[in-house]
Write a protein that binds this ligand. Structure first.
Ligand code: PGA
Length: 259
């Protein structure tokens, strides 16, 4: 890479609740998070409740610095798509950020790189912020394919995206083997993967664009390992699953990302 001034990237921490919690727990968790995190401006904090609770959680976070995210959406603007939810419906509820390409959507639901790219571009056109998730399986890691998989998923996911639109994109590096397993990448492994992704972005766009993009780490992040994982230069925050369901854990993770 040519030498360019690296901008300071503001850490971004997301709480992906996945398919968990109901009204009472959702209310309590959100209210506790607002009490613990409102006013945090050193870190962008986003929570991703399940669809049925978006409006309710949105009302609780409305006057706070916590932002509302959606775990999924369909890329068409409206029409006969039974069961699907559009980007304009999400925006209507106050959603600012969407996840695309999460490992569970790729490997459990079967989303392809092609669909992921269509969704990502639709979200950018709808002026939402997008988190593109990438990451290798354990077999791919054992075959030393981590960088190649991350590069391919990053390139496919971002096909047709302009450098200007990259201001709306964050990448989440989430090794599949670390999600929900209690196993985490070491800070060194996370840093190596993030550097690889940044190099892919530099080739696809420019050093300047690559250096401005935030790359979150996800995969069994907890209060107890967050400070170590936040330390490397290329780790710009976290995407948290299981630990985001516990208010004290999530607050501690956000604080670790801030310091
Ligand atoms: P986990 O999930 O923190 O439970 O490993 C992370 C994610 O899937 O975003």
């Amino acid at each position: 890479m040519e030498s360019v001034t690296v901008p300071k990237r503001k850490p971004i921490v997301g709480g992906n609740w996945k398919m968990n919690l109901h009204t009472a727990e959702t209310t309590q968790l959100t209210e506790t998070l607002v009490a613990g995190l409102n006013g945090t401006d050193e870190v962008d904090v986003i929570i991703y409740p399940p669809f049925p609770y978006l409006a309710h959680v949105g009302e609780i976070v409305a006057d706070s610095t916590i932002r509302l995210g959606a775990q999924d959406f369909y890329h068409a603007s409206n029409g006969a798509f039974t069961g699907e939810v559009s980007l304009s419906m999400l925006a209507d509820l106050g959603v600012t950020t969407v996840l695309v390409g999460h490992s569970e959507r790729r490997h459990v639901i079967g989303e392809t790189d092609h669909l992921i790219n269509a969704k990502l571009r639709a979200a950018l056109e709808a002026r939402l912020e997008v988190i593109l998730c990438v990451g290798e399986t354990i077999e791919q890691r054992e075959h030393h394919q981590t960088d190649a998989i991350n590069a391919a998923q990053t390139r496919y996911g971002l096909a047709g995206v302009t450098a200007q639109q990259m201001a709306q994109v964050t990448i989440a590096y989430e090794p599949v083997w670390a999600i929900g397993t209690g196993k985490t990448a070491t800070p060194k492994d996370a840093e190596a993967a993030h550097r690889g992704i940044r190099a892919t972005l530099a080739t696809a766009f420019s050093d300047k664009t690559a250096n401005a993009v935030r790359i979150q780490y996800g995969g069994s992040v907890k209060a107890q390992n967050a400070a170590d994982l936040a330390a490397p230069e290329d780790v710009d925050g976290f995407l948290v699953g299981g630990a985001s369901l516990k208010a004290d854990e999530f607050v501690a993770i956000v604080k670790a990302a801030a310091s």
